[in-house]
Structure formats: structure tokens, C-alpha cells
Design a protein around this ligand. Sequence first.
Ligand code: DHB
Ligand code: MG
Length: 221
Amino acid sequence: MTAEAWFETEEFLSGLLCPPDPDLARALHVSEQADLPAINISPLQGKQVSFLAKMVGARRILEVGSLAGYSALWLAKTLPQDGCMVTIENNPLHAVIAADNIKAAGFDDRVEVRLGNASEQLALLVAEKVEPFDFFFIDADEHNNVTYFESCLQLSRPGSVIVFDNVVRSGEVRNLGTSNGAVRATQRLLELVGGSDRVDGVVFQTVGKRGHDGMLAVRIC
Ligand code: DHB
Ligand code: MG
């Protein structure tokens, strides 16, 4: 199959399964207008992640890497009225745009955008002894995914699920000799998850608009 076929197949599937949503459309439009990198998850991936959050019955969600707030909106839409979500973003412009998209969709009562370095922000949340989160979506600088994972463990409870984007990278993940630091970090993360009896993990490989990639879902035992 070609990349074009993957793209068209995803268009077909999202056409059937992801009904038009003005809040999500607005977030993508604003993102494009502001020239943000077009590395947001695709609509079908948005549905995949929010589907998992719903299955967990997530009331408290933590995201790392808000970008324009597109995935945050997918996730926020799964929250109950009294649920809450924190999304961490290191880029001040991205954080402003994300907060604006979240406010425009009416979720600013439930979703807080925290500007700052994610490792520091996660350490702050740990120090604040906040209630555990039920669901995590990590879609940021993959170099730091092991650090993020360790913080998420401290912010979780048995049954919580942590999802990491971009763990396959066109199959680059299987290249143990890679010089790509992000991929090496993913390999370390997978080894940690596979070798731990505190957590269970699986990778959902995806092909589509974002090429060949995958998400690692980790469940705390
Ligand atoms: C890219 C894609 C992503 O999902 C991401 O989080 C970062 C970068 C990319 O295609 O470059
Ligand atoms: Mg990503």
C-alpha cells in the first residue's frame, strides 16, 4: 500500500466516524493561520485517544504538549461536567493559541493550560500532591519521554492509562543502532515498560495521514 492509499483510507474512515465538529475545525484553522507546525494528531487519532479516555472513564486528564489544543479538545469532550484536565505547553505562543481554542469551545472551566517546561511542570504537580490522573496523553519532545513516564507514574493510580504518541516513527523504533535521540528514548521507554511488573503496555500501530507510526498505551497495574 502506498502513502496515498493510507491517506485516502484515513479520510474515508474519519468521514464515516468523526462527524464535523466546529470546535475541532476552528482549532485546526487557527493553528494553520498562525503557522503552527502541522503535527497535531489526525482526526481519527483524536478519536482513538479520546475513545481510550472514555473507556477508562477518565475524570482527570493530563496532557503534555498542547500545540494548538486540538488533542486537548478531543480529550476535553470526553470529560464529565465535573471533570478536569491540565495540558502543559512549553511554547508561549502555542499555549496562548491552545487556551484560546479551549475557551472558544467553552471548556476553559475544565481545562487548564500550564505554560512551562514539562519536566518542571510535572514535578510541580507531584509536589502539589494533586489527586491522581486517570488518563495521560504525552505528545511532546520524545527525548524526555522516560522522565515524563516516571512523573506520570507518580501522578497515577492503578488503572490509569498513559498514552505516548509517535513511538513507531516509520519503523525506526526497531533500529537499535539509531543515532536519533528521540527514537533511542522511545526504545528505553519500551524496555522500561516491557520489563516492569508495575505496568502493562501495548503499541497500537497506525498508518494514515501521519504516515506509519504508533501510540504506546501503558496501564498501571
Ligand atoms: C511530528 C509528528 C508528531 O505527532 C509529533 O508529535 C511531533 C512531530 C512530525 O511528523 O514531525
Ligand atoms: Mg505527536
